[in-house]
Design a protein around this ligand. Structure first.
Ligand code: HEM
Length: 530
């Protein structure tokens, strides 16, 4: 508009006065246009309750970034199981009740299975990796391939289970060293490192050495990606609303560009590594790209591009590492502060896996309900992804009779589902027994409490790593407790396991802590055999 006015002025066809009048008229018309459009957009959400919003920025300035999950809980108490929040550019519908979440996950098919990618995300993963893309044919194919690859890690797949156990020895060795030196340790990096090496094995088929430079780069990248995605600072929001702001010399744009560079380098290096190993996820994806023999029965051939492959590897990396390592980090401190839970675990472990030189394995799992209940309770208590993955309505749809317009962002608020006192007795307490019946058996999957536990979500876009993650957490937990007793360090007070002190950066981060591992008698080294 300003350009039009200046052009008129330069062409000399109007006086300054006329151009000024024209400028103001056009400005008023532009504001009116935006106002009418915005009002008609807002009217489509009038039927849904929500916190009071301002005209331009909606509720954006009310958002408390690092505790957004708890803020959503407070709003749930005020506005009920379905409410709306306005972000500057769109409405977000927050679903918090079990019925509402179940309806969305199970009954709306692909209509609400889009992924909400803000500009930063779309730019960084180019909307093409498995976790971010629109639910189309390629997305289905990618899920099928990833499922097929991860299935290898189930019970009965001895080779892969052995490889995972071997990689986890790194973790046990660090605990052994600390125990021998009677020194405390913060296991944050140890768990991250172990998780990264396992996922590198799945993706590329390569067992990376502890000091392999890729391990450090992957860890660094994974941490920064969550920080960048979870960042709701003004600079980041500015880039989301006005993508041109990516060219401004602000912290958020520098950070994003830096991450883009690391992504490209990692993708190149992982790609080269993966192609060397027949049977890795990388080669399975490449078979589809290269039209190889009906892609080993996983789907139609020749539809994947290099970008789809690389960004799927990258998204798997950040979907798989943070979630399980943060949860396990949270669990080890809970055990340190809860001797009673540790004692019960230890009793179950020594009954079912009495040989001190042998690892607990997945075949022991059916006989170990308490250990499994500890893991379910952990996923409820910690809820590593407390707002699930944000979804997008790709079509107008309905949840429990409420109309959800196309293009709406959906926040499945599993934090509230897992901490609502109407569903859980003393939700703020860590009580594995809530997943056991009176005989100490694990509750059946159709029991109300099991159904109310949705840390991996459910339905068409459910986390494809669910079984893999549960198996890995079980092996880590039981084999660590089999070797060590965990004692809190002096400065590690119980407030560090209070979820009120966890920080949200897309995933939920417990505070850092130190523990003192004490080797159990009967085990002379950190090593066991399968
Ligand atoms: C405790 C561990 C984990 C938790 C709590 C978790 C949770 C989740 C959640 C809530 C979602 C979003 C689903 C939705 O949009 O409805 C998700 C997606 C995903 N997860 Fe996990 N996850 C875990 C571990 C893993 C592992 C180990 C892998 C891979 C090895 C993995 C791979 C993925 C992928 C690829 C997606 C995107 C799927 C899609 O968008 O179609 N996750 N996960």
């Amino acid at each position: 508009m300003t350009v039009v006015c200046i052009a008129l002025l330069l062409l000399g066809s109007k006086t300054i006065m006329e151009v000024t009048i024209l400028f103001f008229t056009l400005s008023v018309l532009a504001v009116l246009y935006v106002w009418v459009r915005r009002s008609s957009y807002c009217r489509r959400f009038q039927h849904i309750p929500g916190p009071k919003e301002t005209w331009l920025l909606g509720n954006a300035l009310q958002i408390r970034t690092e505790e957004f999950h708890r803020q959503l809980y407070d709003w749930y108490k005020q506005f009920g199981p379905i409410y709306k929040i306005r972000l500057p550019d769109t409405y977000m519908i927050v679903l918090s009740g079990y019925e509402e979440l179940w309806d969305m996950f199970q009954n709306t098919g692909l209509d609400l299975a889009g992924r909400y990618n803000n500009f930063r995300m779309s730019h960084h993963v180019r909307d093409t990796g498995l976790g971010n893309r629109f639910p189309d044919g390629k997305w289905k194919l990618l899920r099928k391939i990833v499922h097929k690859q991860l299935k290898q890690y189930g019970e009965g797949m001895k080779t892969m289970e052995k490889a995972v156990a071997e990689i986890s020895e790194y973790m046990f060795l660090q605990f052994s060293n600390a125990s021998d030196a009677k020194r405390t340790l913060d296991p944050f990096d140890i768990f991250k490192r172990t998780a990264v090496k396992i996922i590198a094995l799945v993706a590329c088929g390569e067992r990376l050495a502890d000091d392999h430079p890729l391990v450090n780069s992957l860890i660094q990248y994974e941490e920064n990606v969550w920080d960048m995605l979870g960042d709701l600072s003004l600079g980041s929001l500015l880039i989301d609303i006005f993508p041109l702001a990516l060219n401004l010399p602000i912290r958020a744009s520098r950070k994003l560009k830096h991450l883009d560079n690391i992504r490209d380098r990692l993708a190149r290096e992982l790609g080269q590594l993966g192609l060397k190993h027949e049977g890795s996820l990388m080669t399975m994806l490449h078979d589809c790209k290269n039209n190889k023999k009906e892609s080993r029965g996983v789907g139609p051939v020749g539809v994947l591009h290099e970008d789809d492959i690389m960004l799927t590897l990258i998204t798997i990396l950040f979907a798989a590492v943070g979630t399980s390592s943060l949860s396990f980090y949270c669990l080890i401190n809970i055990l340190a502060h809860r001797k009673d839970v540790q004692e019960k675990l230890w009793n179950e472990i020594r009954t079912n896996s009495p040989d001190p030189k042998k690892n607990v394995n997945l075949l022991n799992r059916p006989e170990m309900p308490y250990s499994r209940a500890v893991i379910y309770e952990l996923l409820r208590y910690h809820s590593p992804a407390p707002i699930n993955g944000l979804r997008l309505a790709v079509k107008e749809s309905e949840i429990r009779g409420i109309r959800i317009p196309e293009g709406t962002v959906i926040a499945p608020n599993t934090w509230t589902l897992h901490h609502d006192p109407d569903s859980w007795d003393e939700p703020e307490h860590f009580k594995p027994e809530r997943f056991l019946d009176n005989e100490g058996n694990l509750l059946a999957p159709n029991h109300q409490r099991r159904k109310h536990l949705l840390p991996f979500s459910s339905g068409v876009r459910v986390c494809p790593g669910e079984q893999f993650a549960l198996a890995r957490l079980f092996l880590w937990l039981t084999n660590l407790v089999k070797r060590f007793e965990i004692i809190p360090a002096e400065d590690n007070d119980v407030s560090k396991i209070d979820p009120d002190n966890f920080r949200l950066a897309f995933l939920l981060y417990p505070p850092r802590y130190h523990v003192l591992p004490k080797r159990r008698s009967g085990l002379n080294t950190g090593h066991c055999t399968g």
